[in-house]
Design a protein around this ligand. Structure first.
Ligand code: ACO
Length: 512
């Protein structure tokens, strides 16, 4: 056990290292990576590591449409970080996780002696006892791979994310929400017949079941002005119970899919009904002739929205359907891994999303703009906030260390819509990024999805207390897709913790 805990990099590294020279072609290096089943080559001059070329670089090259006949030197990362062979394995893991690397060369006295990959570390993680594993895992599970998924992924260093095999931003640019929903549930975009069938299947499911509908006024009354997401949590729980949702362990894929479809279809209706009841208005039934986003705004605001507003909100909704193993998605998968029913997973995920560090930020981002008030006030306000240790809402991201592609897209949607807050928001963004760069050097803090989400929704007439609920109304599709995937190939998710309290066992004192 002790030996395991003290494993050094030399114990776990791979060697000999698959190498390349800087002047050979990327295509030759890629062939060698494939032949040797490795995810990187270290670029060397003799036994000195000059750089590293990884699968990610190959993807970047392909995405840029560049010629694979170019020299390795043009695409490698020069002077890569490295570890020493006598470093503790945990240090190598921390370094990989912190920087988002998958491979790190091992260098002894300037000489390349091996390479450690995430795969090597995961292998030893599996055979280590829980006590030492706890030491290995970075706080907040940053960079830790906990599952396989075919639903999508986020590449933080490239500022790219995808749903299934498609660029998510491109989907948001040219597809409807229903198409992307279909993609997440079925693995591919629908044909026109599949699209019509899917719309026919979903349309009646938007209606709130009568028993739940009858309970809504009382839920809204008792909740006494609580945030709509809290009411949604309660209502989804009631919905699952009243519809007799069964443990995911006991139902087959078709039944679970039907339950998932129903929850996804009805959540926007529930949110709008609860919102209206909280404001003393009568809930509005879904309009079967309106597509998803237009119907959502109609049920919330009581008027059919302009096509511009409906499309802007639809693009926001598409862009937030899924996003890797974010906290709420992970929560949904953990709950499903216990075999609990789909509603339980969605309720837990709503709880995770409601936190200000996750989905609760967009209204706070607008609130921050209000508090800043004028551009003259922006510099001192932001400086004082960051120096106090406050978080600027709508900035920073666990995975993105470059611009969040959702923020980039939503900024352009906001520019299309115009509106009184836009110029100010853009000026504050620029200033905040500069000040964060100065006061938090090396942290790479840019706007995340939430900053312009607030601006877009505000321009479309969505009230602030419905910002995070609107996020939930599309993310429920992502959660459900993950629930289906988890249930299809389940193993209980049950990690361990490192106990850091007083050493047990202490004698139990008798009651006084
Ligand atoms: N404003 C100021 N400083 C920040 C911010 C921010 N928004 N975000 C991170 N930092 C700083 C931290 O203070 C810390 O500095 P330190 O090293 O001097 O202590 C450093 O950057 C790293 O911060 P962590 O907390 O380790 O970053 P983490 O990856 O855990 O946090 C998070 C990511 C929670 C999103 C964070 O950036 C944050 O709190 N942002 C504000 C809230 C927000 O916008 N949430 C929405 C996220 S998007 C979504 O969930 C859909």
């Amino acid at each position: 056990m002790a030996a395991d805990a003290k494993r050094t990099v030399a114990d776990i590294m791979s060697r000999p290292v698959v190498t390349a020279t800087p002047d050979e072609t990327v295509s030759a290096a890629a062939d060698r990576m494939r032949a040797q089943s490795v995810g990187s080559v270290v670029v060397v001059d003799g036994d000195r590591a000059l750089g590293i070329l990884t699968e990610r670089d190959l993807v970047r090259l392909a995405a840029a449409g560049a010629d694979p006949g170019t020299q390795v030197a043009a695409w490698m990362t020069a002077e890569p970080d490295h570890v020493a062979p006598d470093a503790e394995a945990g240090a190598a893991f921390a370094s990989l996780a912190e920087h988002g690397y998958r491979h790190i060369p091992v260098v002894d006295d300037g000489r390349l002696v091996g390479i450690v990959s995430m795969r090597d570390l995961m292998r030893i993680a599996q055979i280590q006892p829980a006590e030492s594993l706890a030491h290995e895992v970075p706080r907040g599970l940053e960079g830790v791979v906990v599952a396989e998924t075919q639903i999508g992924d986020v590449r933080g260093l490239e500022g790219f994310y995808h749903y299934r095999q498609y660029n998510a931003v491109e989907l948001a640019e040219i597809r409807t929400l229903e198409d992307v929903w279909y993609l997440l549930f079925h693995g591919d975009l629908p044909s026109s017949t599949q699209r019509d069938d899917f719309a026919d299947e979903v349309r009646p499911l938007r209606m709130i079941p009568p028993a739940v509908k009858a309970a809504l006024p009382e839920i809204a009354r008792v909740a006494n002005g609580a945030p709509p997401l809290d009411l949604l949590r309660t209502t989804v729980s009631l919905l699952g119970a009243s519809l007799g949702y069964r443990p995911s362990l006991d139902v087959d894929h078709d039944e679970l899919r039907a339950e998932a479809l129903r929850v996804c279809a009805v959540v926007p209706t529930l949110l709008c009904a609860l919102h209206r009841l909280q404001h003393g208005d009568t809930p509005i039934d879904p309009d079967p002739d309106l597509p998803y986003a237009a119907n959502y705004l109609y049920m919330m605001l009581g008027e059919v929205p302009t096509p511009e507003h409906a499309r802007a909100v639809e693009q926001y909704l598409i862009s937030t359907i899924d996003h890797g193993f974010n906290a709420s998605t992970f929560t949904a998968r953990v709950i499903t891994s216990t075999g609990a029913d789909l509603a339980a997973a969605v309720v837990g995920a709503i709880g995770a999303l409601s936190g200000p560090l996750h989905g609760g930020a967009p209204s706070r981002a607008l609130q921050m703009l209000d508090e800043i008030g004028t551009i003259e006030n922006a510099d001192p306000w932001i400086r004082a906030a960051v120096e106090r240790g406050d978080r600027l809402m709508g900035f920073g991201h666990r995975v993105y260390k470059v611009d969040d592609p959702r923020s980039v897209m939503l900024r352009s949607v906001a520019e299309r819509l115009g509106g009184p807050k836009l110029d100010f928001a853009e000026q504050v963004e620029q200033l905040a990024v500069e000040i964060l760069g100065e006061l938090k050097p090396g942290r790479k803090l840019y706007t995340n999805v939430e900053f312009y989400a607030g601006i877009v929704m505000d321009a479309c007439g969505v009230p602030r207390d419905m910002f995070t609920p609107t996020f939930a109304s599309s993310r429920v599709i992502g959660w459900s897709a993950h629930v289906l995937e988890q249930a299809a190939d389940n193993r209980l998710i049950r990690p361990s913790a490192h106990y850091a309290g007083p050493p047990p066992p202490q004698p139990v004192p008798s009651a006084a």
